[in-house]
Design a protein around this ligand. Structure first.
Ligand SMILES: Cc1cc2nc3c(=O)[nH]c(=O)nc-3n(C[C@H](O)[C@H](O)[C@H](O)COP(=O)(O)OP(=O)(O)OC[C@H]3O[C@@H](n4cnc5c(N)ncnc54)[C@H](O)[C@@H]3O)c2cc1C
Length: 304
C-alpha cells in the first residue's frame, strides 16, 4: 500500500518514466509487459521490484482485469506510465477498478503518508499545476523529463496474473521497421519545409550518411509534397522517437512535430529565423541558411 507502480509497455520511455517514479519518495514496483530484455533493463533503473508479464502470445491488454484487481487490492498511491497506447489501456482498467483519478502531462510525483502530490504541465507546457490526490492517481508522464540513473539490478519476477482468454494473438503482420529505422535509430536528421526544394534533400541525405543517421521529416513534406512516406513523419500524428541526437533542419518546431522528438537526448536545430520556436526546445541552435550549414556540417563530420 502506498507504493508507486510503474507500468512499462515500451522500451523507449521506461527510463523517462522511471526518472519520475524513483524520485517519488516511495518504493517503485515496475510491471513490465514485454520481453525479458525489457524487464532486465527496467530492473536497473532504481525500482524496488520488477514483475514481467509475458506478451509473446497474449496481448498486454488481456492482463487488464487481473492487473486492475491487483491494484484494487494493493492500493498503490500512484501508477505512472508513458503516453503509450498499451500502458494507457492497462491504466484505464486500474483507474476504474481502483477508483483512481487520472492526471496527464505529469512532470513530478511525490508520495507522503500514502498520498500523492502530482505536478502536471498546463498551458501548452508553459505552466505547472499542482494536484493533491486523496485516492490512488494514474499519472501519464510527460515526455522529455530526466532519465533514471542506472544502478544494480533487482531480480525480475514472473507475473502470475491470468490473462483474459478473450484476446489472443493469432497473427502479426508488422510493417518492416527497417524501412526507416527511426524507432531504433541513435541519430536522426529531421527535415522541414525550410529545405526549399526536393533537390536540397541531397544535403540532408549527405549529412545523414556521414553521421550514420536515419532521416525523418515534418508532416507537410509527406502530406503536401509527397517527398516522404508517412513512416518518415515524426510527431503527434505518427510516431515518437528517442534517438541520442535529433538534428532538425528547416523546421519551425511546431508542437505537433516536437512532441515526437522531445525524448531525444540532444536536439540540434538549424533555422534561418532566430525567433523560430524550435530554438526554445533545442540543446544547440544554429541560426543560418541550411543550404550553407548542412554541407559545412557534413564536411566537418567527414573530416572528424
Ligand atoms: C492535428 C495536427 C497534427 C499534426 N501532426 C503533425 C506531426 O505528426 N508531425 C509534424 O511534423 N507536423 C504535424 N502537424 C503540422 C504542424 O502543425 C506544422 O504545420 C508542421 O510541423 C510544420 O512543418 P515545418 O516545421 O516543416 O514547416 P514550417 O512551420 O513552415 O517551418 C519551416 C521553417 O524553416 C525555416 N527556414 C526556411 N528557409 C530556411 C533555410 N533556407 N534555412 C534554414 N531554415 C529555413 C523557417 O524559418 C521556418 O521556421 C500537425 C498539425 C495538425 C493540425
Amino acid at each position: 500500500m502506498g507504493n508507486v507502480w510503474m507500468i512499462v509497455a515500451d522500451t523507449m520511455s521506461a527510463s523517462n518514466v522511471a526518472g519520475i517514479a524513483v524520485n517519488a519518495g516511495a518504493p517503485v514496483d515496475a510491471l513490465v509487459f514485454g520481453d525479458a530484455k525489457m524487464a532486465e533493463d527496467v530492473a536497473k533503473l532504481g525500482v524496488a521490484t520488477v514483475t514481467r508479464y509475458d506478451v509473446e502470445a497474449t496481448l498486454a491488454e488481456a492482463y487488464a482485469p487481473a492487473i486492475a484487481e491487483k491494484a484494487a487490492a494493493e492500493a498503490p498511491a500512484a501508477v505512472v506510465l508513458s503516453d503509450n497506447a498499451t500502458a494507457r489501456a492497462l491504466a484505464g482498467a486500474i483507474a476504474v477498478k481502483a477508483g483512481a483519478a487520472v492526471a496527464t502531462s505529469v512532470v513530478s510525483v511525490n508520495v507522503a503518508d500514502g498520498q500523492a502530490t502530482v505536478e502536471q504541465l498546463v498551458a501548452e507546457g508553459e505552466g505547472v499545476q499542482v494536484l493533491k490526490a486523496s485516492a490512488p492517481v494514474v499519472c501519464v508522464i510527460a515526455d522529455g523529463g530526466p532519465d533514471a540513473e542506472e544502478g544494480a539490478a533487482v531480480a525480475v519476477q514472473d507475473g502470475a496474473a491470468d490473462a483474459a482468454d478473450a484476446l489472443k494473438v493469432v497473427a502479426t503482420n508488422a510493417e518492416d521497421e527497417g524501412a526507416t529505422g527511426l524507432l531504433t535509430a541513435e541519430k536522426v536528421v529531421g527535415v522541414g519545409l525550410g529545405i526549399g526544394g526536393k533537390e536540397n534533400l541531397a544535403l540532408v541525405n549527405d549529412l545523414a550518411d556521414a553521421l550514420g543517421a536515419a532521416v525523418a521529416c515534418t508532416l507537410p513534406l509527406c502530406d503536401n509534397y509527397h517527398w516522404f512516406e508517412h513512416s518518415s513523419v515524426v510527431g503527434t500524428s505518427t510516431q515518437k522517437i528517442s534517438p541520442r541526437l535529433y538534428l532538425c533542419a528547416g523546421s519551425s518546431g511546431a508542437p505537433q512535430h516536437m512532441a515526437g522528438v522531445r525524448s531525444a537526448k540532444v536536439i540540434v536545430a538549424i533555422n534561418n529565423d532566430p525567433e523560430a520556436p524550435v530554438f526554445r526546445e533545442c540543446s544547440y541552435g544554429i541560426v543560418g541558411d541550411l543550404e550553407k550549414v548542412l554541407p559545412a556540417l557534413t564536411a566537418a563530420v567527414k573530416g572528424a
